[in-house]
Design a protein around this ligand. Sequence first.
Ligand SMILES: [Zn+2]
Length: 274
Amino acid sequence: MSKLYIDIGGTYLRSELLNNGKIFKEKVSSHTISLNDYLEDKLKTCPDIRKIGISFAGQTNHGKILSSPNISVSEYNIKKYIEKKYHVSLKIDNDINCALLAEKEYSKAENMALLYIGTGMGAAVLEQGKIVRGESNLAYELGHVPFKKAPFRCGCGKDNCLELFSSGSGLKKWCAYYGLPAMSVEALKHSKDKRAKKIYKNFTKGLLRAAATLVTLANPKVLVLGGGVILSNPYLKEEVEKKIGKYALFSSLEELDLVLSQFKNASMEGAKRL
Ligand SMILES: [Zn+2]
């Protein structure tokens, strides 16, 4: 029996195929193939796959994809479609919830929160050992909480989301808007250009607003910061540590441990735990 794990984001689809004790890893652009076609290709070339776990950078609920602003999807009812056609069991969840599955095993905290900044901004909360999901698995969509008005729109349709200021895709949009080349957080921080300084300032303000809102609403014991943008700029953790007191409820901070994710790819690790 083989098992297939997938982590699909706005830029890449990464997979790990577990076959006879060997792991076959693959990384392809998530723009060149739909998730559905990728799965069918794999199931045809490796017909003994029996279990599939997918971490998906979009909204999902009970095996269905609800929305995927950055990922090409041709079949939204993916669990039903694949399980009907092939002899497999498929589980799919939002990438931050998947990351939480891996992080909770590592941290052992019963109450924890995750704030991930990569292409987008995502959050997830564990309460008394259980993931908080809400009615449609949409709880803690923190990236879409209003922050400031922007001159362009978010994937969700609004123009004032936190994600428009404090995410990799948001930074790209701001650089393009000001006619600047795409710049990293680090480059924006050290730039002498006024526009770059403004983008950086809004990025850190949005990050602090997000972290503080999460801590104030969820009251976690552990707040894990992760995602590509934060992990490639680990000093952002100190920035949050230093300034979160200005934004969060003081008593929520007393017992709080602020940590960086210890995983290179927690979402993929979570897909294995689905
Ligand atoms: Zn939004």
